[in-house]
Design a protein around this ligand. Sequence first.
Ligand code: ZN
Length: 262
Amino acid sequence: MKRAAAALVVFASVSCGGQAQVASSAASPDTQPPVPATPTPLSTSSSESPAASPSESPSESSAASSPAPKPEGPPKFAAKVSAVARARLPYSWRSGCPVHYRDLRLITMTYWGFDDKAHTGELVVRRTVTDDVVKVFRKLYDMRYPIKQMRLVDAYKADDFDSIDADNTSAFNCRAATGSSNWSNHAYGEAIDINPRENPYVTAAGSTAHQNAKKFAKRPAKGKGVINSGDRVVKAFASVGWGWGGSWSGTKDYQHFSRNGR
Ligand SMILES: [Zn+2]
């Protein structure tokens, strides 16, 4: 009987691949029906809100699609990826940068604010990483991880210090790495700094250049927007293979996530 069942499985799996497993496990070894297995149309288990809605009208969610928490719940996460006009990067990009601005993309997307409300922010990253970045920020939004603000660093004339002082979350900036003459991963649009006040750059000696960040220089720390080792934000980035500056030895860059981990 076992052999017969096994033969059945083999035969079934040859005939129709993945679906065969479901069919064969359901068929009892006793019955040997010449009847075709139930031709279930692809009504697989749960319908997990498949298509990311085309962003047009998030308020018009159909009744059946979600649990519908409150009459006026926050909007669903939405992200739009578009080309970046040169005029949007007057300070952060110049000729000679390692990535041309045509290879950068503007992501306009929802984020959860420190005020517990949904906001729309902007982030410029390299064209090749937009899918991963959107995936991560969708997770951050869904987990209600709060972000202070998200503006292009050009709002601060591409001055990294000023952007950090304003607790601004940003990505692309054609600049050298801190304390180095090499390009930063930000110059490639492959690094993102998140809530830089709550997650400062801390030297091996334990100091930060930002007065308003001093109380966040140690880890683990508590507070809105703080990122600690192994927590949900680190995991969200790790899910797309991005590394965290908080795991460096010596210098720690708690705000910094990058594609190559540096
Ligand atoms: Zn950074």
